[in-house]
Ligand binder design. Structure first.
Ligand code: SUG
Length: 416
């Protein structure tokens, strides 16, 4: 049966706080802090365990090979000689945020009845621009079955950040959906990372029905307020769109377009008078996993624990659950290490709607496999990385060995 599978990016051993993402307030605020890669990865594993315990299918992606010395070579430099900012860009563990790995169009939405994935080019941020070759290799392995078509990246300069700017509304995951591509328009203090031309290219390549494909502009207010991706201010699941009032540039027009394309939609909007945009961004209320719980138990919202700590946010959520809203359960998870770089529960996962049997089983999680992954992490992931450590040859060796040990444990050494 076609179902939603969440693939979480396993947080890599080079996880560190270099403040690389302009427009991402958490990343800037925590620049220079000492990171805890081991604790970070274990938090990510716990989130996967939590979601499996809810009865949700779960997969994962491997961390990429970092520091990326071949990338520095293309810039005429090396790990030893690179300028500090380039070295940090080569070290980033940013592929953990799997929502930026690709855009996914499930088979029922495509004219050829296949599930299409386009790897994101991530060209706006230098530290993320060299993720796609490693991600593509992995997607080609995980989704090698003929049920899938895996596309290379949209060419530069059309910025594409993958599923973080893409939402799907549908009656049920296995039925045809309406796909919503949210794009930004540049010119402000902070960059707009998703270009309309990239979104349109993906919709064409995925063979989507134009009548069921919408392109909606993200609000400048949201981008300039620090919502560097749409998934910081909105999330959709089945017939529900959960969104902040300031998410779209033309709020009324966007809602009307969505209702026209998908009349069954239930738009759950949080007004700025209840939760301000800065509060929404700080708590990552919308960077939540809105999931359909098994056995008709309604929807659950997997939120970061930070949402519970923000009184306006928690009050709004509790009122919603106490009323008759579609979100029936609030499910906080601790992903603080990722949050400090601006990545909440939703950033850490890529949703793929497909038949689980068509996915390479090496990428599918179960509790025993998560135990194995946790053992490798506990044994090999560095406990802490300070920004100054990125010059240490011993640390390079440690993170490379750590990743190799994980690939070996999961029989994925061909990704080395
Ligand atoms: O691209 N942070 C990521 C966070 C991505 C969150 N993803 C989604 N919203 N889907 C980014 O801004 C910070 C890395 C650093 O500063 O070292 C970073 O890349």
């Amino acid at each position: 049966m076609i179902t939603e599978i969440n693939f979480d990016g396993i947080i890599g051993p080079s996880h560190n706080y270099a403040g690389l993402s302009r427009g991402n307030i958490a990343s800037a605020n925590n620049a220079g802090d000492v990171s805890q890669p081991r604790a970070a990865a274990l938090q990510g594993i716990e989130k996967m365990r939590h979601n499996i315990a809810l009865g949700l299918p779960q997969g994962f992606f491997m961390p990429l090979d970092r520091p990326d010395a071949p990338w520095l070579e293309t810039l005429g430099t090396s790990l030893e000689t690179a300028e500090t900012h380039l070295r940090a860009q080569a070290w980033s563990a940013s592929s953990m945020w799997a929502a930026n790995a690709a855009t996914v169009s499930p088979a029922p939405d495509s004219a050829d009845g296949k599930c299409h994935l386009t790897v994101a080019n991530l060209v706006t941020m230098p530290h993320r621009s060299h993720e796609w070759p490693g991600t593509l290799a992995q997607l080609r392995l995980a989704f090698a079955d003929p049920a899938f078509v895996v596309h290379g990246p949209v060419p530069a300069p059309f910025g594409d950040e993958g599923a973080a700017n893409h939402m799907r509304l549908c009656a049920g995951h296995g039925s045809p959906g309406v796909e919503i591509f949210v794009y930004g328009v540049g010119g402000g203090r902070f960059p707009a990372r998703q270009h309309l031309d990239a979104s349109k290219a993906i919709a064409r390549k995925h063979r989507l029905d134009p009548a069921r494909t919408l392109f909606i502009r993200q609000s400048d207010t949201a981008i300039q307020g620090g919502a560097f991706h749409n998934d910081v201010v909105a999330v959709a699941n089945e017939r529900v769109l959960f969104t902040h009032e300031t998410a779209f540039e033309d709020r009324e027009g966007a809602h009307a377009q969505i209702r026209a394309a998908f009349p069954e939609v239930e738009i759950v909007e949080v007004p700025a008078s209840a939760v301000t945009l800065p509060e929404a961004i700080k708590s990552y209320l919308f960077n939540a996993q809105l999931v359909s719980l098994p056995d008709g138990a309604g929807m659950g919202l997997v939120v970061p624990t930070e949402a519970r700590e923000m009184p306006s946010v928690w009050t709004w959520l509790e009122d919603h659950v106490a009323g008759n809203g579609p979100i029936r359960r609030l499910l906080p998870v601790d992903v603080r290490q990722s949050m400090a770089n601006g990545g909440g529960p939703a950033c850490l996962r890529l949703r793929v709607v497909a038949e689980p049997g068509t996915v390479d089983p090496r990428f599918m999680a179960d509790p025993a496999k998560l135990d194995r992954i946790a053992e490798v992490v506990a044994a090999h992931w560095p406990e802490a990385i300070a920004p100054g450590d990125l010059v240490l040859p011993a640390l390079v060796r440690d993170v490379q060995r750590a990743r190799a040990a994980l690939l070996d444990a999961l029989n994925l050494s061909e990704l080395l």
